[in-house]
Ligand binder design. Structure first.
Ligand SMILES: [Zn+2]
Length: 457
């Protein structure tokens, strides 16, 4: 391989990098390029024969070495460097910015079935590798080069890409480095430069965050041009075709209030928090018992429960990021009135000063049950004959349980309301609930505690 072969394509245009200044700059990205390689120097998979779904982000702690040779991350060899061995200096921006970079690259690739890791898979595991460290001159590249990748029209198995994160033009934060890593890694997957500002494969900037767009775009750097591998390029579709659909985790959503499985008054307030690293939340929607109660496009995300909400109630939050990726989370609450004064209406029973559904409602307190998930409380306790009834957890000696019930120590740190229990001892030793019944209950509860942990952790 002659050194001249590296410049088969006139792509190493040394456009000056212009600092971000708020206005759109058509040529403000650092030049990131690729170099053609053929099957004599790379394992090129056509079209879906990739041997790994791992991209290792390497910060080169203590320095990395890379030598010219058959492209292989396991032997630290690549055709993107001239003959010789080169040492790339380690990431110079510290741990916190590194974590941001890893999160950002994960976000770029999370629509696809690709694992992003910064733990070296080692020399025995096939993997793609992005070195995110050092400066261009350390790899005998010209000043102004932001990154470089080996390229063919297919996936280059075990390709190494270089992303010169320590260059001064990357001092603005991790967004530009992240998008360079997106571009270089995808070059090694057969993607060309796109003339589409919102795509990581572009040279254009000044249009906000980039992600792989589901759009048939022209190729080209500073003007539309024909693609060399295809008629046009849809980066999203190509990555999905190569690697499959990812888990799409989407925005991270949390209920601030109410607490899951709590008792709440009518007209309770629902508050959720959400974040979506890199892309941002576009909107948050709340559904109560499957009915939408509203959508908000900015925090704080606070909603009032709809009029007439009563009894066992499901609250679902859906958050959508700027790419249109949605995630969901659901909790259940029990909605009703306080029974402080005058007790509860028909069909409800007083538990912990709160009117909850009684045994006339399936899943209500003391209703018969087969399994935990048939009870509103998710606790189906069995008597000595194996007959299940729904109950509630309680605190000892607080008088929380309905009339005729007391709080029973049921083992494993769990107490439940049980008929005929002497409240102040938590002992199930009454005439209506002899010792045999207690043993049966305890056994049932051990299973129950395990199940609840599994469901709610
Ligand atoms: Zn490029």
């Amino acid at each position: 391989m002659s050194n001249a072969e590296r410049f088969l394509l006139p792509l190493l245009v040394l456009a000056p990098y212009l600092a971000q200044s708020g206005e759109a700059k058509a040529e403000a990205r650092p030049v990131t390029t690729f170099e053609w390689v053929d099957s004599s120097m790379a394992d090129i998979a056509e079209p879906n024969g990739h041997t790994s779904k791992i991209i290792f982000l390497n910060r080169c702690e203590g320095g990395c070495t890379i030598s010219r040779g058959f492209n292989d991350s396991r032997t630290n060899r690549s055709t993107i460097v001239p003959p010789g061995t080169y040492t790339i200096s380690e990431w110079n921006k510290g741990d916190s910015q590194w974590e941001d970079l890893v999160s950002c690259v994960k976000a770029l690739y999370d629509p696809y079935d690709i694992v992003i890791t910064d733990v070296d898979p080692g020399s025995s595991v096939e993997h793609f590798e992005a070195i995110v460290a050092g400066r261009a001159n350390e790899a005998a590249m010209d000043q102004g080069v932001g990154g470089v990748a080996p390229f063919s029209c297919g996936v280059i198995n075990n390709a190494i890409t270089l992303n010169f994160a320590n260059e001064n033009f990357y001092s603005q934060g991790i967004k530009d480095i992240c998008e360079t890593v997106g571009q270089e890694t995808a070059h090694a997957f057969g993607l060309e430069h796109e003339y589409l500002c919102t795509d990581p494969m572009t040279y254009l900037s000044g249009c906000g965050y980039k992600w792989f767009q589901n759009e048939n775009a022209s190729c080209g750097e500073y003007s539309p041009a024909s693609c060399q591998c295809r008629n046009n390029q849809n980066s999203h579709r190509l990555l999905e075709d190569h690697f499959g659909v990812g888990p799409n985790p989407g925005p991270n959503l949390t209920f601030v209030r109410p607490e899951a499985n709590s008792n709440v008054s009518p007209n309770f307030v629902i508050e959720v928090s959400g974040d979506d690293y890199y892309y941002g939340l576009n909107n948050v929607e709340i559904l109560v018992n499957g009915q939408s109660t509203g959508t908000m496009s900015s925090a704080p995300y606070i909603f009032n429960a709809p009029e007439g909400t009563n009894g066992f109630t499901t609250i679902e939050v859906r958050g959508t990021d700027a790419r249109g990726i949605t995630s969901e989370k659901e909790i259940e609450v029990n909605v009703g009135e306080s029974c402080d004064a005058g007790g509860c209406p028909t069909g409800r029973v007083c538990f912990n000063n709160f009117c909850i559904a009684d045994s006339s409602t399936p899943g209500g307190f003391a209703a018969s049950c087969d399994s935990d998930d048939t009870c509103n409380s998710e606790i189906c306790a069995r008597d000595e004959d194996g007959v299940g009834s729904c109950t509630e957890t309680c605190e000892l000696d607080k008088g929380q349980c309905p009339d005729g019930y007391g709080c029973l120590k049921a083992g494993g740190g769990t107490n439940v309301c049980w008929p005929g229990v002497t409240e102040d001892t938590g002992c199930g030793c009454s005439s209506t609930n002899p010792g045999g019944g207690l043993a049966g209950l305890l056994l049932g509860l051990l299973g129950l505690v395990y199940q609840r942990r599994r469901r709610h952790s």
